[in-house]
Design a protein around this ligand. Structure first.
Ligand code: VG1
Ligand code: CO
Length: 606
């Protein structure tokens, strides 16, 4: 093997120039020849593939070596965190990644006890460590887990933020030319060893750390824990939390359960296959919780059942998403963000006032209206949390204007702030408990102000942005591309396009545009971020829109997402899917979705 290394040296330098800066020298570190494997392009959040593909020869190693080479380009990794969401292959992959990191002579590797950490906890920990260059996170997030399902890897950089597009593009380029990887054989690490246990392997030290500590202290600085636990202890209050057997579960057990006294904890033990469910907290996949909150699958109240719970919440596989419900009411993520923005002063983190908000483009404009009234700057970014990072670090990392305290969210059940650089499922739940506690301040004996009262008051004040998303999963990729290209062809036609596509009736088609983004902080450009069809309601003049995007988190085929939004300043009642049906029909007709994909119905409506 050593001889192979020597023979390969000139070849290696030729194909992978930046490796020459970091070639490990120890004799026990061997260079294992490999060849490029196609299709390793990271999507919206990391590289997600079928678990079996990750387990196939050299797949994981090729990707990790490409990732380490890319990280090494900016500064040689000194300290790196490796953690995962506990899905099938988590432990084996961690052991293999340790061997690759040792082979690459990374001086210090941190592994959480059990190997499991939620994504927000990873971000928080990276931020707290001055020498940590980043974290390799083993997760396919809300995608199902198991040997037949998905596994994934993403990388968070030194400020705790998901790697940006220039980084992931570079990783992809490396995967196309890679000639092999550095690896050092050694003993497996005991992932259940006590926190603080150190093992020396070659020139690397591996330290087992406590997964919870730093994240809990971060949340303690954001919220008033004593106030929250005293509210939770009120006999009129009861909370139901669904961990969906993901990485957020153990964190919820500690924080919501042990520290704050929440009793209604379900599915909080992490499982390799998430108990066979799809760990995506929405009306379809968190159906148990939805039912127990007195809701029907479309999010409206079940007239035959009143829930005993004040607040219901769920997290996804890696604990960064959240779903919020009240007794008989589902709060859309876009409304949740707007309501937190409106009432943020009750959360200690925002007591100095909010300085900036942001939402992904397909999210509804509910938060824009709040920001405008508050005089706070509001940004609209492409889909994916990585686009929020620069805004949060505008001053700290780029010497520009500060937007901190900052609040942001996505329609896909993501909410968070600049306490870390990821969306944060538990943070969202604690925000809602804070809002409820505040709304019930001084209300010692009467009936509680409920989530429903808070949401309806919000709609009265700002109007309602009716919202829902249709997902068409597993479509043919060619058909999905043709659909997007067809919409692109309508751009620029203005009134002509409207006339060409016909329509009419109550919903009037106005224009179509493609969303593009120039990062206001570092000037980087991202094109092709979704097609937006704008409409107007004939009778009221209220605006409506339909957005088409292709998902970047699937592991096979194409998922077409259709996002529907209609503003109503007067009539707040009714179910969103019902209200948006006509708009959906218009969008489907204009895009020719049915003809092109052969789909009569969406796979999921959220
Ligand atoms: C989806 C969501 C997006 C989210 C991403 C990662 O991406 O739409 O808003 O940021 O998942 O979330 P896409 O490209 O499939 O639409 V998670 O919880 O997987 O880290
Ligand atoms: Co997630």
């Amino acid at each position: 093997m050593i001889r192979n290394v020597i023979l390969l040296f000139p070849l290696l330098l030729l194909f992978t120039p930046s490796l020459s800066l970091s070639l490990p020298t120890s004799k026990s570190s061997v260079f294992v020849p490999s060849t490029p494997i196609p299709g390793m392009k990271p999507g919206t959040s990391g590289l997600r593939k079928k678990t079996k593909q990750w387990m196939s020869k050299n797949y994981l190693s090729n990707f990790i070596q490409s990732l380490l080479d890319t990280a090494n380009k900016s500064s040689p990794p000194h300290e790196i965190l490796v953690a995962g969401d506990g899905r099938y292959y988590n432990t084996l992959a961690i052991q293999e990644i340790i061997k690759l990191c040792v082979g690459n002579k990374i001086p210090h590797i941190l592994i959480p006890r059990t190997g499991i950490m939620s994504t927000p906890a990873v971000s928080s920990l990276i931020r707290s460590l001055p020498n940590c260059c980043g974290g390799i996170v083993l997760t396919a997030s809300h995608n199902p887990g198991g040997i037949e399902e998905d596994f994934g890897i993403k990388y968070n950089e030194g400020r705790g933020q998901p790697a940006d597009e220039s980084f992931t593009d570079e990783v992809y380029e490396r995967t196309k030319v890679i000639q092999g990887f550095w690896r050092e054989e050694g003993e497996d690490i005991d992932l259940n060893a006590e926190a603080g246990t150190k093992t020396v392997l070659g020139s690397t030290t591996v330290t087992i750390i406590d997964p919870f500590e730093t994240y809990i202290s971060t949340l303690r600085t954001s919220f008033d824990f004593p106030l929250l636990s005293s509210f939770i202890s009120d006999p009129r209050v009861s909370i139901l939390f669904d961990g969906m057997h993901g990485a957020g579960g153990p964190f919820a057990s500690k924080i919501l359960g042990d520290i704050l006294g929440v009793e209604g904890l379900m599915r909080c033990e992490s499982k390799e296959d998430f108990g066979g469910i799809h760990p995506d907290p929405n009306l379809s996949y968190a159906s148990d919780l939805v039912e127990r909150m007195g809701l029907l699958p479309d999010g409206t109240a079940n007239p035959d059942f009143t829930s005993e719970f004040t607040l219901g919440a769920a997290n996804d596989g890696d604990g960064d998403r959240n779903m919020i419900c009240g007794k008989g009411i589902f709060v859309t993520p876009s409304d949740s963000l707007a309501i937190i923005a409106d009432r943020c002063e009750c959360i200690p983190q925002f007591k100095g006032g909010l300085k900036g908000v942001a939402r992904s483009m397909p999210s509804s404009g509910a938060v824009d209206v709040v920001a405008e009234r508050k005089g706070v700057e509001c940004f609209v970014t492409p889909t994916g949390w990585k686009f929020f990072g620069n805004l949060m670090d505008s001053k700290e990392a780029f010497g520009k204007k500060s937007y901190s305290p900052f609040l942001c969210g996505e329609e896909s059940f993501g909410t968070g702030s600049d306490h870390i650089r990821e969306k944060d499922g538990l943070w969202a739940v604690l925000s809602w408990i804070s809002i409820l506690a505040d709304a019930n301040k001084g209300n010692e004996e009467g009936s509680l102000v409920q989530v429903k009262d808070i949401v309806e008051e919000h709609w009265k004040k700002y109007g309602r942005h009716f919202y829902c998303r249709y997902d068409y999963e597993g479509c043919d990729s060619g058909a999905a591309d043709t659909l997007m290209d067809g919409l692109r062809e309508l751009v620029g036609g203005g009134g002509k396009a409207a006339a060409d596509v016909g329509g009419g009736g109550e919903i009037v088609f106005e224009s179509v545009e493609e969303f593009e983004y120039t990062d206001p902080v570092d000037g980087s450009f991202s094109g092709k971020q979704g097609m937006v069809l704008n409409f107007k309601m004939k009778s009221t003049g209220d605006k409506a829109r339909a957005v088409f995007r292709l998902s970047g988190t699937g592991s096979s085929g194409a998922t077409v997402r259709l996002y529907l939004e209609q503003y109503d300043g007067k009539n707040f009642q009714g179910s969103a899917p019902e209200k948006l049906k006509l708009l959906g029909e218009e969008a489907i007709r204009i895009s020719k979705l049915q003809e092109l994909t052969g789909r009569e119905q969406p796979t999921v409506i959220t």
